[in-house]
Write a protein that binds this ligand. Structure first.
Ligand SMILES: *[C@@H]1O[C@H](CO)[C@@H](O)[C@H](O)[C@H]1NC(C)=O
Ligand SMILES: *[C@@H]1O[C@H](CO)[C@@H](O)[C@H](O)[C@H]1NC(C)=O
Ligand SMILES: *[C@@H]1O[C@H](CO)[C@@H](O)[C@H](O)[C@H]1NC(C)=O
Ligand SMILES: *[C@@H]1O[C@H](CO)[C@@H](O)[C@H](O)[C@H]1NC(C)=O
Ligand SMILES: *[C@@H]1O[C@H](CO)[C@@H](O)[C@H](O)[C@H]1NC(C)=O
Ligand SMILES: *[C@@H]1O[C@H](CO)[C@@H](O)[C@H](O)[C@H]1NC(C)=O
Ligand SMILES: *[C@@H]1O[C@H](CO)[C@@H](O)[C@H](O)[C@H]1NC(C)=O
Length: 452
C-alpha cells in the first residue's frame, strides 16, 4: 500500500521546486489528454501552463470555469458622458447601497428553491462571511460546486461590502440554494460614523493623557494595551456576531431549523466529501460523544497524511486558534452562546474566535468540546488575510497546492466510518488576556442585532 503524503506550505512558494515541476508536468499531461479527447475551444488558449493560474484552471472542470472569470466591466460613464441611471454600470452612492442592502435583507430571497425544493429543518446551512476578496470567493464557490450533496444545502453569503461583481457571482450559483444577507453597519456604509471611524474618534496611538486633553469620543476607553479602536479591525468580529444572530434568530427560512450551521469564510476551500463528513460526524456525536457540541472540519497543518488520517476525528476542548476553520453547530448550542453575549462583546479582543473561546471558558455551562477531522476538509487559501499585509493579496499559489493535496487524497475521502480519539488537556487552560483592539465606548454588540 502506498502512503500518500503531501505537504502544503502556506507561505513560501519557493520551497518545493520539485513539486512545482511535477505540478507543471501533471498539468501539461492533463491538458494534452484533454486536447486528445475533445476538440475543444481551449485550442486557442492552449499556451503552456507556465503559471499558477493556468495550472489551477487545468484542475477545474470546464463547466465551472464560469465561476472563475469576471465579466469585463464598463466604465462609469456612458458614451455621451453622463452617468448612467443603471446602477449596475456605475459606482454606487452610500444611500443607494443602503437601499439595496435593505431591499435584500427585507426580501430574504432564496435562489434556486424552485429547482432544489424548500429548505427543511435539518438542511445543512453553510454561512460564508464575505468581505472583498472575490478571487478567493470564486475558488471557494468552485470547490463547493464539486462537493457531493451540495444541492441539499442552503448557502448563505453574508457580505460586509456591497459590490456588483460579487452579487453577480453569487447570483450565478446554480448548484444549490443561496441567500445573500448584508451586514448593515459596514465601514463601506459608515465611513465616518460608528462603527466606522468617525472624526471624533481618538487616534490609535495617542496615550491616555493626550486623549483626555483632546477629549476625543472614546478617550476614556483605550484597549488593554493603551491603544484606541481602529474600525477596520473591529468590523470582522461585529460582522461575525451579526450574521450568527441573523441566521439563527431572524431569518424566516431558519425559523424551525434544528440542523447544523457551518461557518466558512471567503478564503476557504472545501474537500468534495465535506458534507458527507459532516453527517458522519453528526452521527458519531450522537453515538459516541454526547459532550461534543461543535464540529470542526479542519485544522491548520503543514503536512497532511490522508492515508492514515482521513477517517480520524479527534475529540478535544475547542481551541480558537486551531479549530476556527469550518466550524459547525446547531441552534441549541447557539442559544447557549448568545446568552453569553456580554462576554463575547466586552472581551477586549478584536478576534471573534478568541472571543468565542472566552465565552466557552468563562460563561458556557458546558464548554465547547470539538470533534475535529485530522485530515482537513476545509483549507485556508487566503495568503493575505484581512489583517496581514503581504505584497500580493491576490496570490493563488496555495490554491494550486490544495488542489493537488485533494487530488492525491481522492481515494481516501468518503471513509466508511470515523475513528474517534480523545484528547484531554491536562494542563489547566489559562484565562488569556485578550489581544486588544476592542476598547470603545460601546462595549456591547447591541447595535449589531435587534434580538439581544
Ligand atoms: C467537436 O467539434 C464538433 C464540430 O466543431 C462539435 O460538433 C463537437 O461538439 C465537438 N466535440 C466536443 C467534445 O467538443
Ligand atoms: C498566467 O496565465 C494566465 C492565463 O493562462 C494569463 O492571463 C496571466 O497573465 C498569466 N500570468 C502571469 C503572471 O504570467
Ligand atoms: C459597454 O459599453 C459598450 C459601449 O460603450 C456597449 O456596447 C456594451 O454593451 C457595454 N457592455 C456592458 C456589459 O454593458
Ligand atoms: C436619470 O434620472 C434622472 C432623474 O430620475 C433624469 O433626469 C435623467 O435624465 C436620467 N438620465 C439618464 C441618462 O437616463
Ligand atoms: C422536522 O420537521 C418535521 C415535520 O415537518 C418533524 O416531524 C421533525 O421532527 C422535525 N425534525 C427536527 C429534527 O426537528
Ligand atoms: C415553522 O413551523 C410552523 C409550525 O409547524 C409552520 O407553521 C411554519 O410554516 C414553519 N416555518 C417555516 C419557515 O418552515
Ligand atoms: C444540537 O447539538 C447538541 C450538542 O451537540 C445536541 O445535544 C443536540 O441533540 C443537537 N440538536 C439537534 C436537534 O440535533
Amino acid at each position: 500500500m502506498r502512503v500518500v503524503r503531501v505537504r502544503v506550505t502556506v507561505v513560501g512558494r519557493r520551497r518545493f521546486p520539485c513539486l512545482r515541476t511535477l505540478l507543471l508536468l501533471a498539468a501539461l499531461f492533463f491538458l494534452c489528454l484533454q486536447l486528445h479527447v475533445s476538440n475543444l475551444t481551449s485550442l486557442q488558449t492552449t499556451s503552456e501552463p507556465t503559471n499558477d493560474s493556468a495550472v489551477i484552471l487545468s484542475m477545474v472542470p470546464q463547466i465551472l470555469h464560469k465561476f472563475l472569470t469576471s465579466k469585463p466591466r464598463n466604465a462609469t460613464k456612458l458614451l455621451n458622458g453622463t452617468l448612467s441611471n443603471n446602477t449596475e454600470l456605475r459606482g454606487l452612492s452610500i444611500p443607494e447601497i443602503l437601499r439595496s442592502i435593505q431591499k435584500y435583507n427585507g426580501a430574504q430571497t432564496i435562489n434556486n428553491e424552485d429547482i432544489f425544493g424548500p429548505v427543511q429543518n435539518d438542511t445543512i446551512i453553510i454561512v460564508i462571511q464575505v468581505h472583498t476578496r472575490i478571487v478567493y470567493l470564486r475558488h471557494l464557490i468552485v470547490s463547493l460546486a464539486q462537493a457531493k450533496d451540495i444541492e441539499t444545502t442552503l448557502i448563505v453569503f453574508s457580505h460586509d461590502f456591497y459590490d456588483t461583481e460579487a452579487n453577480e457571482l453569487v447570483q450565478s450559483v446554480d448548484f444549490a440554494r443561496t441567500l445573500q444577507i448584508f451586514y448593515p453597519y459596514s465601514i463601506q456604509t459608515h465611513p465616518d460614523s460608528f462603527p466606522g471611524q468617525s472624526n471624533g474618534d481618538c487616534p490609535r496611538d495617542i496615550n491616555y493623557q493626550q486623549a483626555q486633553i483632546l477629549r476625543c469620543t472614546n478617550a476614556d476607553h483605550p484597549d488593554l494595551y493603551g491603544h484606541y479602536r481602529e474600525a477596520k479591525f473591529t468590523q470582522t468580529k461585529h460582522h461575525w456576531w451579526w450574521k450568527a444572530n441573523r441566521v439563527f434568530g431572524e431569518l424566516e427560512v431558519t425559523r424551525n431549523h434544528t440542523g447544523l450551521v457551518l461557518f466558512l469564510e471567503e478564503d476557504h476551500y472545501v474537500a468534495s466529501d465535506f458534507i458527507y463528513i459532516l453527517r458522519q460526524m453528526q452521527a458519531a456525536c450522537s453515538l459516541a460523544c454526547p459532550q461534543c457540541n461543535i464540529l470542526s472540519l479542519g485544522t491548520y497543518l503543514k503536512t497532511y497524511n490522508y492515508y492514515g488520517d482521513s477517517k480520524k476525528a479527534e475529540v478535544t476542548p475547542w481551541i480558537s486558534s486551531k479549530h476556527n476553520m469550518g466550524m459547525a453547530f446547531n441552534r441549541s448550542v447557539w442559544t447557549e452562546m448568545v446568552s453569553c453575549a456580554r462576554h463575547f462583546c466586552s472581551y477586549d479582543d478584536y478576534n471573534w474566535d478568541w472571543s468565542l473561546q472566552q465565552v466557552s471558558q468563562q460563561c458556557l455551562k458546558s464548554k465547547l468540546t470539538a470533534m475535529v477531522m485530522r485530515g482537513p476538509r476545509v483549507f485556508h487559501i487566503g495568503e493575505c488575510g484581512v489583517h496581514h499585509k503581504k505584497d500580493n493579496c491576490e496570490s493563488t499559489a496555495v490554491i494550486s497546492k490544495v488542489q493537488r493535496v485533494l487530488a492525491n487524497a481522492a481515494k481516501h475521502l468518503y471513509p466508511s466510518h470515523l475513528t474517534l480519539t480523545y484528547t484531554t488537556i491536562t494542563k489547566k487552560t489559562k484565562v488569556r488576556k485578550g489581544n486588544g483592539g476592542w476598547g470603545d465606548t460601546t462595549l456591547t454588540c447591541d447595535f449589531v442585532n435587534t434580538q439581544v
